[in-house]
Design a protein around this ligand. Structure first.
Ligand SMILES: [Zn+2]
Length: 286
C-alpha cells in the first residue's frame, strides 16, 4: 500500500497536473473496483466534471469534482495511480482510466483488482469502509506525546507492530514505515505495547515523527513518477538476509498477525521482560 510519504508526494504532483482539469472520457475495464453511491452510473456521474481539489485522508486519495461529487481512491495493497501521457502505456493491469481535457490520463492500475474507486455525494463518506474511522493524523499538531501515550494505553493489549499499524489509532503507518520506525526506536516488533515503559514510548513517538519526515524527504528526493513505490532508502524493510546498517548483524523476517515484519535481532532484541510478560500472561480467556 502507499505510505503517507508516498501519498503526500502523489497529492503534491496531482495538484499540479490534474487540478482544474475536466474529465472528458471514462474507460472502465474492471467494474469490480467501482463503488457508486450517487444516483447515476459511474461514467455519467463524473464525465464532464472538473477536478477542483486533490487531497488525502488516511490511505485514501480524494478528488473533489465540480457539482458536488467526490471521487475517492483506496489503492489497497497493490493499486497504483498513474498520470499517463498520450505516448505512454498503462503501468500494470488497467482497471479504470480517466481522460483529461489536456490529453493526459489518470489511470488506476491494480494487478490484484483489490483497489476501490468510490463516487459519493460531496462530504458523504458513510458508504466508504474505514473512511471515518481514521485515527489521529500523525503529521498534525494533534499528534502530541500525550495523545500518543493515551493511545498506547488504549491499545496496550496489542503487539506494538499491530498498534502502530492500526489506522483507527494512528493515521496512518503502513507495513514499510512500521518496520523502519521500530528499527529506529530499537523495539522488537512483537513487544506488547503494555510493557513499553515511559522511555520506550517517548523514543517510539520521536521515531514515528522522524521516520515519517525522513520518508517524505527521501520520496521527494527520488522524484519518481507517482506509480513508483520508492523504497530504496529503507534500512530493514524487505532486506532479509542483508547486514543491519547499524550493527552488521543479519536482518530477519518474521510474521506478525499475517504480515511480514523485518527487523534486526541485535538492535531490536526480544527483551527478557518480553518473555517474562508472555510467561505470566497465562492462556487467553475464551
Ligand atoms: Zn542491528
Amino acid at each position: 500500500m502507499p505510505e503517507l510519504p508516498d501519498l503526500l508526494y502523489i497529492r503534491k504532483y496531482l495538484k499540479k497536473v490534474v487540478e482544474r482539469k475536466t474529465i472528458t472520457g471514462v474507460t472502465v475495464k474492471q467494474p469490480v473496483i467501482l463503488r457508486v453511491a450517487v444516483n447515476q452510473p459511474f461514467e455519467q456521474a463524473i464525465i464532464n466534471h472538473t477536478i477542483m481539489t486533490v487531497d488525502i485522508h488516511g490511505p485514501f486519495i480524494r478528488f473533489e469534482l465540480s457539482d458536488s461529487v467526490e471521487l475517492i481512491v483506496n489503492l489497497m495493497l497493490a493499486g497504483k495511480l498513474q498520470h499517463q501521457q498520450p505516448d505512454e502505456k498503462p503501468q500494470g493491469y488497467l482497471c479504470c482510466s480517466l481522460l483529461l481535457e489536456d490529453g493526459a490520463r489518470m489511470n488506476l492500475c491494480d494487478d490484484d483488482k483489490m483497489a476501490k474507486l468510490y463516487v459519493v455525494p460531496h462530504r458523504d463518506y458513510a458508504s466508504i469502509p474505514k473512511y471515518k474511522e481514521q485515527g489521529v493524523d500523525i503529521l498534525s499538531p494533534d499528534f502530541t506525546r500525550d495523545v500518543f501515550r493515551q493511545l498506547a494505553l488504549q491499545h496496550s493489549r496489542k503487539q506494538v507492530r499491530v498498534f502502530i499499524n492500526d489506522h483507527t489509532a494512528l493515521s496512518s503507518i503502513g507495513n514499510a514505515y512500521a518496520d523502519e520506525i521500530l528499527f529506529d526506536a530499537k523495539i522488537h516488533p512483537k513487544t506488547f505495547t503494555r510493557i513499553l515503559d515511559h522511555d520506550d514510548l517517548d523514543r517510539l513517538y520521536s521515531s514515528i515523527r522522524s521516520m515519517m519526515e525522513w520518508g517524505i524527504r527521501e520520496v521527494e528526493k527520488a522524484a519518481q513518477p507517482i506509480h513508483v513505490k520508492v523504497r530504496d532508502h529503507m534500512k530493514v524493510r524487505n532486506r532479509r538476509g542483508e547486514p543491519c546498517p547499524r550493527c552488521g548483524s543479519t536482518i530477519r523476517r518474521e510474521g506478525v498477525r499475517g504480515h511480514d515484519v523485518f527487523f534486526c535481532p541485535i538492535c531490536q532484541p526480544a527483551s527478557r521482560k518480553l518473555f517474562i510478560d508472555w510467561a505470566n500472561s497465562g492462556p487467553r480467556k475464551p
